[in-house]
Design a protein around this ligand. Sequence first.
Ligand SMILES: Nc1nc2c(ncn2[C@@H]2O[C@H](COP(=O)(O)OP(=O)(O)OP(=O)(O)O)[C@@H](O)[C@H]2O)c(=O)[nH]1
Ligand SMILES: [Mg+2]
Length: 374
Amino acid sequence: MKSSSFEIQRAPTPEKAVLVGHAGRDKAHIERTLDELALLTDTAGARVVDRLVQRQGRIDPATFLGKGKVADLKAVCEQRDADVAIFDDDLSPAQVRNLEKTLNVKVIDRSELILDIFARRARTRESRLQVELAQLEYTLPRLMGMWTHLERQAGGIGSRGPGETQLETDRRLVRDRIAKLKEALRAVERERETQRSKRRREFRVALVGYTNAGKSTLFNALSKSDAFVEDRLFATLDSTTRQMVSPERDRVLLTDTVGFIRKLPHHLVASFHSTLVEAIEADLQLHVTDAADPDFHRHLIAVDEVLDRILGDDRPARRMVFNKADQLTDEQILALRAEFPDAILVSARTGDGVEALRNELFRLSAERREQRAG
Ligand SMILES: Nc1nc2c(ncn2[C@@H]2O[C@H](COP(=O)(O)OP(=O)(O)OP(=O)(O)O)[C@@H](O)[C@H]2O)c(=O)[nH]1
Ligand SMILES: [Mg+2]
């Protein structure tokens, strides 16, 4: 088969990436933050060849890093033959431009990296529309910057004319496309709304939590199904709903949703709103956390922040579920129980505690039915 050998030949060698962080006020966590960035980079298909951290000083409005660090970074990029520098923080369009000019490599910020991963992962029509919308909203201001930059490079009187025209055309094209995407998404959302109103009588439970916490694994264990699980970030982009049925024929609707992460780009939160509404509409949120992750406290905060951004004060009842109990020492389990006395501890992988959680969900469902009846 010609086409497949062609594909093999063209299989891209992974881009070589240097990760860049600014410790700022968060000095204690910068290494773990970069570990997470490394995982994101890997998920996006690039290979991390080095890291560089600025530990002191302010953020430079023109180049993000201070002058000395920019020079260091340039040296590292050359030494490692890097293709791309990936910054853990969001950069302004001007910062990207200035850095690319000096470094001679592609410069990507955290939002762009996450958007890229979402674009690779989007499978359904809805999530594709959502990601494209978020990407265009992200690109629009940068597009303008880019053209200004080109105009300046061309320089001089007379070079502005065509540049302006091109810029206007591009902006209009992007805006038109954004309007079309929004319209298409509204239609999908109306469909969803119809589906949802049919479900309103049932007891609905949504799994929410940080990416890679094990939500889909738990979803499978609870509903005895097989949603996509992977040891990578953002394995799940679309929400899936399954029915759990007890031996007494009690029913619970369980929804698996997209995972959250620190500094989730706000364009993504906005365009994934309809997906996230699934979590909003539940009677109960199970907040799933990887208790074996040394950073889990910060994950809890990040998830709360995203939920607050989407839900405001309108949050449904919530229970904490600590997952990956199989990876915890006895001391860690004791400490968790002391700090979160109401939390449920499970291992979605070994099945420990899963049956108890199922029973608890059926109990809550029955309780609510009685409340409604009485
Ligand atoms: N050791 C251990 N690993 C687990 C457990 N539950 C899930 N995992 C692993 O954790 C990784 C992430 O699991 P997923 O279920 O895909 O996590 P998720 O929260 O759905 O992730 P996203 O969809 O990316 O948000 C996989 O490698 C799982 O096999 C558990 O109880 N113990
Ligand atoms: Mg998942």
